[in-house]
Design a protein around this ligand. Structure first.
Ligand code: DGL
Length: 274
């Protein structure tokens, strides 16, 4: 692959702000890489929509990201990774990864007692994709899945340390404790932002797996193997660009609350045109 391609940005997309947890890990772990981020804020949530709809949205977003000259795509959304990654990567020659496989792989190697919990949106949990990947790696592992849909609005409300969120977490995670999982996959973009609270509720003997972090590690390996790692020698100004399908201002506010950079500008585009 030529140097021009290696210097191109990574395309990252999600239904909205949640995928910023993945972008943040890429910024930390691969600081020489540029990112074009798209948040589908006009059409979220993805977690309660059908496979067909999410596939159609993902195809449009990929077409948009291709207009931005990206060299690889990270599907930051767990639901879109579950519903669309296989199809869209078959349809495109661009290297693509999602967050589910990297998270499942690490969970399978982290468990000692062979009991893994997976929490996510209704879409992700209903697809059983984490369970299927984990059991492909080791069929002896028991996977307990639970949809925790209220976590997404609570995070977006920024009630990250609120007692209400704590009560919701205790209620959702009760079953995981009863089932004595020793590993819990935070299988939704928003959940890493509740990591410390979930960790307190589950107790420190439970390993929390953050697919956002694991996806950034996987991206690093992918770029290296494809010869696409940005040599990062040229100074080019702010390396991150943000696009949304609606509500650019509130996206920017949220982004500035979780990223270690001032996001500056977020541009609204009409994603239905792609
Ligand atoms: N980004 C979604 C996910 O990780 C959560 C938010 C939504 O439902 O759109 O599954």
């Amino acid at each position: 692959m030529d140097r021009g391609a290696a210097e191109s940005p990574i395309g990252v997309f999600d239904s909205g702000v949640g995928g910023l947890t993945v972008a943040r890990e890429i910024m930390r772990g691969l600081p020489a890489e540029q990112i074009v981020y798209f948040g589908d804020t006009a059409r979220l949530p993805y977690g309660s929509k059908s496979r067909e709809t999410i596939l159609m949205f993902s195809r449009q977003i990929i077409r948009f990201l291709q207009t931005q000259g990206v060299k690889a795509i990270v599907i930051a959304c767990n639901t879109a990774s579950a519903f669309a990654l296989d199809e869209v990567s078959r349809e495109n020659s661009l290297p693509m990864i999602g967050v589910v496989k990297p998270g499942a792989r690490v969970a399978a190697s982290a468990t000692v007692n062979g009991r893994i919990g997976v929490i996510g949106t209704e879409g992700t949990v209903g697809s059983h994709i984490y369970r299927d990947f984990i059991r492909k790696i080791d069929p002896r592992i028991t996977v307990i899945e639970k949809a925790c849909p209220l976590f997404v609005p609570l995070v977006e409300e920024r009630w990250i340390h609120d007692t209400i969120t704590r009560q919701v977490a205790e209620r959702y995670l009760e079953q995981m404790k009863e089932e004595q999982v020793d590993t819990l996959v935070l299988g939704c973009t928003h959940y890493p932002l509740l990591r410390s609270m979930i960790g307190e509720v589950m107790g420190d003997r439970v390993t929390l797996v953050n697919p956002a972090y694991e996806a950034a590690q996987e991206l690093k390996r992918l770029l290296d193997s494809e010869g696409l790692t940005n040599p990062g020698t040229d100074e080019k100004g702010f390396p991150y660009r943000f696009f949304v399908s609606d509500l650019a201002e509130s996206f920017k506010e949220f982004a500035n609350s979780i990223l270690p950079y001032d996001v500056g500008m977020t541009q609204k585009i009409d994603i239905e045109e792609y």
